[in-house]
Write a protein that binds this ligand. Structure first.
Ligand code: AP5
Ligand code: MG
Length: 191
């Protein structure tokens, strides 16, 4: 089973590239943000709890996310592979993922680390706000907070995987298809 994580700041292109990757490699795409938004629209207890954090651009507490993630992995344990988008987002989540993989006899094959400069991220999210319906895209202060939270709490996860030799740096600026080709060569190497 192939396990790939796609990582990077809000607006860097994780969801965009995930849609292409999941199709080409027949992977199950697990986006923690998408799951939380679905839970919110269904009005579940988890969704209502999560909304309060998401609307401010803050992270949902690790325990809630880790339980939710493991449940999704168990549901898809017979898949050809899983693409993790937006998870892990703290070092604690990364440690929990390692622990979960160990328990299930699995491993992370590659950690795709996308990057783009601050102004590009903000411009992309404000542009997406026009039709995304995402409340966290609509307010520039919330976007700025998401980027700040990313820099403070999420960036250390990249070092965690660099130390394991699993992180591959990818420039998130350029044509979507050119970035995808680069990602494909990384995945083909990791398989
Ligand atoms: P999440 O849904 O993961 O959002 P995010 O990380 O803020 O990232 P985005 O989805 O906004 O951006 P993206 O990288 O997917 O970019 P996209 O491809 O859409 O998380 C939302 C919230 O949920 C968090 O703030 C937190 O509250 C909570 N949460 C989720 N996971 C969590 C976790 N593990 N722990 C705790 N809390 C969690 O692209 C953006 C735009 O740019 C699009 O319009 C796209 O068309 C455009 N674009 C993409 N690539 C290019 C390109 N190459 N050139 C030009 N434009 C491009
Ligand atoms: Mg996304």
């Amino acid at each position: 089973m192939l396990n790939i994580a796609i990582f990077g700041a809000p607006g860097v292109g994780k969801g965009t590239q995930s849609a292409l990757i999941e199709k080409k490699y027949n992977l199950v795409h697990i986006s923690t943000g998408d799951i939380l938004r679905e839970e919110t629209s269904k009005g579940t207890e988890l969704g209502l709890k999560a909304k309060a954090y998401m609307d401010k651009g803050q992270l949902i507490p690790d325990e809630l996310i880790i339980n939710m993630l493991e449940k999704k992995v168990d549901e898809n344990i017979n898949a050809e592979g899983i693409l993790y988008d937006g998870f892990p987002r703290t070092v604690k989540q990364a440690e929990a993922l390692d622990e979960m993989f160990k328990k299930k006899g699995l491993k992370l094959d590659t950690f795709l680390c996308l990057s783009a400069d601050h102004d590009t991220l903000v411009a992309r999210l404000l542009n997406r706000a026009k039709d995304s319906g995402r409340s966290d895209d609509a307010d520039v202060n919330v976007i700025e907070n998401r980027i700040k939270v990313y820099n403070e709490q999420t960036l250390p996860v990249a070092d965690y995987y660099r130390a394991q030799g699993k992180a591959v740096e990818i420039n998130g600026i350029g044509e979507i298809n050119d970035i995808f080709k680069l990602i494909c060569s990384v995945i083909d190497n990791a398989k």
